[in-house]
Ligand binder design. Sequence first.
Ligand code: SF4
Ligand code: SF4
Length: 194
Amino acid sequence: MTKFLSGLAKGMATTARTMTTHAHTQQYPHVKPELPSRSRGVIALLEENCTSCMLCARECPDWCIYIDSHKETTPPATEGGRARQHNVLDRFAIDFSLCMYCGICIEVCPFDALFWSPEFEYSTTDIRDLLQEKDTLGQWMPTVPPPEPLVPELPETELQQLVVEVEPEDDPAAGRTTERGTGEVPPPGAGEQP
Ligand code: SF4
Ligand code: SF4
Protein backbone atom coordinates (compact mmCIF):
# COMPACT_ATOMS: atom_id res chain seq x y z
CA MET A 1 0.00 0.00 0.00
CA THR A 2 2.83 2.38 0.94
CA LYS A 3 4.57 1.52 -2.34
CA PHE A 4 1.37 2.28 -4.25
CA LEU A 5 0.92 5.66 -2.53
CA SER A 6 4.54 6.67 -3.11
CA GLY A 7 4.25 5.70 -6.79
CA LEU A 8 1.03 7.68 -7.08
CA ALA A 9 2.65 10.73 -5.46
CA LYS A 10 5.64 10.48 -7.83
CA GLY A 11 3.31 10.26 -10.83
CA MET A 12 1.28 13.27 -9.67
CA ALA A 13 4.48 15.26 -9.09
CA THR A 14 5.69 14.45 -12.63
CA THR A 15 2.31 15.47 -14.06
CA ALA A 16 2.33 18.76 -12.13
CA ARG A 17 5.91 19.50 -13.24
CA THR A 18 5.12 18.82 -16.89
CA MET A 19 1.98 20.98 -16.74
CA THR A 20 3.95 24.00 -15.59
CA THR A 21 6.87 23.68 -18.05
CA HIS A 22 6.77 25.30 -21.47
CA ALA A 23 5.97 22.99 -24.42
CA HIS A 24 8.79 22.50 -26.96
CA THR A 25 6.41 21.71 -29.80
CA GLN A 26 6.69 24.24 -32.62
CA GLN A 27 3.37 25.46 -33.96
CA TYR A 28 4.19 24.85 -37.63
CA PRO A 29 2.91 26.20 -40.07
CA HIS A 30 1.96 29.23 -37.93
CA VAL A 31 5.53 29.47 -36.64
CA LYS A 32 8.29 28.82 -39.16
CA PRO A 33 11.16 26.65 -37.90
CA GLU A 34 14.64 28.11 -37.60
CA LEU A 35 16.64 25.90 -39.91
CA PRO A 36 20.40 25.38 -39.92
CA SER A 37 21.98 27.40 -42.72
CA ARG A 38 23.14 24.26 -44.58
CA SER A 39 19.76 22.53 -44.56
CA ARG A 40 19.13 20.30 -47.57
CA GLY A 41 15.62 21.34 -48.48
CA VAL A 42 15.64 21.38 -52.25
CA ILE A 43 18.08 21.76 -55.14
CA ALA A 44 18.10 25.11 -56.94
CA LEU A 45 19.42 25.64 -60.48
CA LEU A 46 21.33 28.68 -61.71
CA GLU A 47 20.42 28.16 -65.36
CA GLU A 48 22.90 30.60 -66.88
CA ASN A 49 25.80 28.62 -65.36
CA CYS A 50 24.63 25.26 -66.72
CA THR A 51 26.47 24.10 -69.84
CA SER A 52 24.41 20.90 -70.26
CA CYS A 53 27.57 18.86 -69.65
CA MET A 54 25.40 16.04 -68.19
CA LEU A 55 27.89 15.31 -65.40
CA CYS A 56 25.26 15.65 -62.67
CA ALA A 57 22.79 13.40 -64.50
CA ARG A 58 25.44 10.73 -65.06
CA GLU A 59 26.63 10.77 -61.44
CA CYS A 60 23.18 10.85 -59.83
CA PRO A 61 22.76 7.43 -58.15
CA ASP A 62 18.97 7.58 -58.61
CA TRP A 63 19.00 8.74 -62.24
CA CYS A 64 16.42 11.35 -61.34
CA ILE A 65 17.92 14.30 -63.27
CA TYR A 66 16.60 14.78 -66.80
CA ILE A 67 18.46 17.06 -69.22
CA ASP A 68 17.71 17.91 -72.83
CA SER A 69 19.78 20.31 -74.88
CA HIS A 70 20.65 21.18 -78.44
CA LYS A 71 23.70 22.68 -80.10
CA GLU A 72 23.79 26.16 -81.57
CA THR A 73 26.49 27.71 -83.67
CA THR A 74 27.86 31.15 -82.89
CA PRO A 75 29.25 32.88 -85.98
CA PRO A 76 32.91 33.94 -85.84
CA ALA A 77 33.52 37.17 -83.98
CA THR A 78 36.12 38.32 -86.50
CA GLU A 79 36.50 37.84 -90.23
CA GLY A 80 38.30 34.60 -90.97
CA GLY A 81 37.64 33.36 -87.42
CA ARG A 82 36.08 30.08 -86.48
CA ALA A 83 32.39 29.50 -85.77
CA ARG A 84 31.84 28.05 -82.33
CA GLN A 85 29.27 25.61 -81.06
CA HIS A 86 27.66 25.67 -77.65
CA ASN A 87 24.93 23.75 -75.86
CA VAL A 88 21.58 25.36 -75.19
CA LEU A 89 19.62 23.93 -72.28
CA ASP A 90 16.09 22.90 -73.26
CA ARG A 91 15.08 20.93 -70.22
CA PHE A 92 16.50 20.43 -66.74
CA ALA A 93 14.28 18.57 -64.29
CA ILE A 94 14.77 16.78 -60.98
CA ASP A 95 12.31 14.19 -59.73
CA PHE A 96 12.22 14.78 -55.98
CA SER A 97 10.11 11.68 -55.47
CA LEU A 98 13.27 9.69 -56.33
CA CYS A 99 15.97 12.07 -55.11
CA MET A 100 17.67 10.94 -51.90
CA TYR A 101 19.26 14.32 -51.20
CA CYS A 102 22.79 12.92 -51.33
CA GLY A 103 24.16 16.13 -52.87
CA ILE A 104 26.40 14.35 -55.39
CA CYS A 105 24.98 16.40 -58.30
CA ILE A 106 25.86 19.62 -56.48
CA GLU A 107 29.35 18.37 -55.63
CA VAL A 108 30.22 17.26 -59.15
CA CYS A 109 28.87 20.25 -61.06
CA PRO A 110 32.01 21.93 -62.42
CA PHE A 111 30.20 25.18 -63.24
CA ASP A 112 28.46 26.00 -59.92
CA ALA A 113 24.99 25.66 -61.37
CA LEU A 114 23.38 23.65 -58.55
CA PHE A 115 22.90 24.74 -54.94
CA TRP A 116 21.18 23.56 -51.78
CA SER A 117 18.25 25.68 -50.72
CA PRO A 118 16.68 25.31 -47.27
CA GLU A 119 13.21 25.62 -48.88
CA PHE A 120 11.17 22.57 -47.91
CA GLU A 121 7.55 23.58 -48.42
CA TYR A 122 6.90 21.85 -51.72
CA SER A 123 4.90 18.86 -50.54
CA THR A 124 2.09 17.75 -52.79
CA THR A 125 -0.79 15.31 -52.77
CA ASP A 126 0.26 13.88 -56.14
CA ILE A 127 3.70 12.25 -56.31
CA ARG A 128 3.97 13.19 -60.01
CA ASP A 129 4.06 16.85 -59.01
CA LEU A 130 7.43 16.29 -57.36
CA LEU A 131 9.05 16.29 -60.81
CA GLN A 132 10.28 19.89 -60.85
CA GLU A 133 11.31 21.58 -64.09
CA LYS A 134 14.04 24.20 -64.58
CA ASP A 135 11.71 27.18 -64.10
CA THR A 136 10.76 26.02 -60.61
CA LEU A 137 14.34 25.00 -59.81
CA GLY A 138 15.42 28.50 -60.85
CA GLN A 139 12.79 30.15 -58.66
CA TRP A 140 14.47 28.59 -55.62
CA MET A 141 17.78 30.38 -56.32
CA PRO A 142 16.89 33.49 -54.25
CA THR A 143 16.40 31.21 -51.21
CA VAL A 144 19.98 29.88 -51.43
CA PRO A 145 21.97 31.30 -48.50
CA PRO A 146 25.38 32.90 -49.12
CA PRO A 147 28.28 30.49 -48.66
CA GLU A 148 29.68 30.26 -45.16
CA PRO A 149 33.34 31.19 -44.63
CA LEU A 150 35.57 28.13 -44.82
CA VAL A 151 37.26 29.09 -41.55
CA PRO A 152 34.91 30.48 -38.93
CA GLU A 153 35.81 33.96 -37.74
CA LEU A 154 37.39 33.62 -34.31
CA PRO A 155 38.21 36.33 -31.81
CA GLU A 156 41.86 37.48 -31.84
CA THR A 157 42.61 35.75 -28.52
CA GLU A 158 41.38 32.38 -29.76
CA LEU A 159 43.33 32.78 -33.00
CA GLN A 160 46.52 33.40 -31.02
CA GLN A 161 45.94 30.19 -29.07
CA LEU A 162 45.73 28.30 -32.33
CA VAL A 163 49.12 29.53 -33.52
CA VAL A 164 51.53 26.66 -33.02
CA GLU A 165 55.20 27.40 -32.72
CA VAL A 166 56.90 25.26 -35.34
CA GLU A 167 60.49 24.35 -34.70
CA PRO A 168 62.76 24.25 -37.74
CA GLU A 169 63.97 20.72 -38.36
CA ASP A 170 66.50 21.55 -41.02
CA ASP A 171 69.15 24.22 -40.82
CA PRO A 172 69.91 24.89 -44.48
CA ALA A 173 72.56 27.50 -43.60
CA ALA A 174 74.61 24.96 -41.68
CA GLY A 175 73.71 22.08 -43.98
CA ARG A 176 72.94 19.96 -40.93
CA THR A 177 69.83 18.74 -39.24
CA THR A 178 68.80 19.99 -35.82
CA GLU A 179 68.08 17.56 -32.99
CA ARG A 180 64.39 16.81 -32.94
CA GLY A 181 62.60 18.55 -30.11
CA THR A 182 65.60 20.65 -29.04
CA GLY A 183 66.21 22.91 -32.00
CA GLU A 184 69.98 22.51 -31.37
CA VAL A 185 72.44 21.66 -34.10
CA PRO A 186 74.50 18.57 -33.17
CA PRO A 187 78.29 18.91 -33.29
CA PRO A 188 80.04 17.67 -36.46
CA GLY A 189 80.58 13.90 -36.42
CA ALA A 190 77.91 13.28 -33.78
CA GLY A 191 75.85 10.19 -34.51
CA GLU A 192 78.35 8.85 -37.10
CA GLN A 193 79.26 5.15 -36.96
CA PRO A 194 82.92 4.50 -36.00
S1 SF4 B 1 20.84 14.92 -54.56
FE1 SF4 B 1 21.61 12.89 -55.19
S2 SF4 B 1 19.80 11.71 -55.71
FE2 SF4 B 1 19.15 13.87 -55.65
S3 SF4 B 1 19.35 14.59 -57.75
FE3 SF4 B 1 21.29 15.06 -56.74
S4 SF4 B 1 22.62 13.26 -57.15
FE4 SF4 B 1 20.48 12.67 -57.60
S1 SF4 C 1 26.87 19.25 -63.95
FE1 SF4 C 1 26.27 21.40 -63.74
S2 SF4 C 1 26.74 22.33 -65.74
FE2 SF4 C 1 26.70 20.10 -66.03
S3 SF4 C 1 24.59 19.65 -66.66
FE3 SF4 C 1 24.66 19.41 -64.43
S4 SF4 C 1 24.05 21.42 -63.61
FE4 SF4 C 1 24.56 21.72 -65.78
